[in-house]
Design a protein around this ligand. Structure first.
Ligand code: PMP
Length: 360
């Protein structure tokens, strides 16, 4: 079967050259007569894979030397607990901005471990904008400030980086990491589940400033202690070796594309054309404040929701998959991570225009 344009929000499309390479070397990796999945994580061969992946990620994001990169398991959701356990005491205040489902979940989990204060909440707009920073009630006493730069479900993205002096910024970058350059030095911790822009599910990347290591509270599970993971090169137990290897191939692919500056230009073009198509029509709409629209996840609704299944069927027949919106939002959602080629977005826009002509 031919490859479709896969708009899944995650796990999502992987670059075809990466899938091809994985396929080619699955049973016989680099002439060893076995796959990369079948060797020890402590072998020199895998150490090379692991090291190269880290070096490439560092190159792509220009990660400063005083940051450590962890390749761990448990998904972004596990980081919702690891962050408060590593960076705060039970009594300490930790600040959370709520701009959608994921920020709310992160806050709820942190409240089990610390005094988790909501410093901004976009509930008033139905989570369709980012409250301006001058309305936030941040504290310089907080152990950190957590926010979700891109809310995958609502399709809402921060147009700014908050300024809170010495309070470390902690971000859940699951659905925006690697979509464009990022000034890592502005952050204390950046974490991301891999299954959107990094690689297969099962891997979580944590980028942490080294002065924030070594402060895990008593009772922190060993595997969630950032220092344990940093000291062991993320190998205090068996890491997700296959996902790590595939992530490494994705990083190489990103470098071969010209790096994040080039990728960002393509991503910007992709989202600009899709939003223009939506805005030019009365048939489609996107509820998000234009200043806070996501590059990666574009939710949109049809004027007549009864047509949703017809639209999805028409799109599927044109080779466009996984456009159904999140169950909490309805409508459609086009997730356009790095592996979505611009032609995929062009194909979606063509289907949308044709569909509107017939049904609009
Ligand atoms: N945060 C964000 C922004 C997400 O998009 C997701 C997954 N869609 C999660 C957290 C949860 O990630 P995981 O399933 O890796 O725990």
């Amino acid at each position: 079967m031919a490859r479709v344009f896969n708009f899944s929000a995650g796990p999502s499309a992987l670059p075809l050259p990466v899938l091809r390479q994985v396929g080619d070397e699955l049973a016989d990796w680099q002439g060893r007569g076995m796959s990369v999945m079948e060797i020890s994580h402590r072998s020199p061969e895998f150490s090379e894979v692991a090291g190269r992946a880290e070096t490439d990620l560092r190159d792509l994001l220009k990660i400063p030397d005083n940051y450590r990169v962890l390749f761990v398991q448990g998904g972004a959701t596990t980081q919702f607990s690891a962050v408060p356990m590593n960076l705060s005491t039970p009594e300490q205040r930790v600040d959370y901005a709520l701009t959608g489902s994921w920020g709310k979940k992160a806050h709820k989990e942190a409240a089990r471990f610390s005094d988790a204060v909501i410093v901004a909440d976009a509930a008033g707009s139905g989570y369709t904008d980012i409250p301006p920073f001058d309305s936030w009630t941040v504290s310089t006493e907080a152990a950190y400030l957590h926010y979700t730069p891109n809310e995958t479900i609502g399709g809402v993205e921060y147009p700014f980086i908050p300024e809170v002096g010495d309070v470390p910024l902690v971000i859940d970058a699951s659905s925006t990491i690697l979509s464009r350059p990022l000034d890592v030095s502005r952050f204390g911790v950046i974490y991301a589940g891999a299954q959107k822009n990094i690689g297969p599910a099962g891997l979580t990347v944590v980028i942490i400033r080294d002065d924030l290591l070594g402060h895990a509270r008593d009772g922190t599970p060993t595997m969630l202690d950032y220092k344990v993971q940093a000291d062991s090169g993320s190998m205090s137990n068996t890491p997700p070796t296959f996902a790590w290897y595939v992530a490494g191939l994705v990083f190489q692919w990103l470098k071969s594309q010209g790096g994040l500056e080039v990728v960002a230009k393509t991503n910007k073009r992709k989202k600009d054309k899709l939003y223009s198509c939506i805005d030019a029509s009365d048939f489609y709409s996107n509820p998000v404040d234009p200043a806070s629209r996501s590059w990666m996840n574009v939710p949109f609704t049809l004027a007549n929701p009864e047509l949703d299944p017809v639209f999805l069927k028409t799109a599927a027949e044109a080779g466009l998959s996984n456009l159904k919106g999140h169950r909490s939002v309805g409508g459609m959602r086009a997730s356009m991570y790095n592996a979505m080629p611009e032609e995929g977005v062009d194909a979606l826009i063509a289907v949308m225009r044709d569909f509107e002509k017939i049904h609009g």
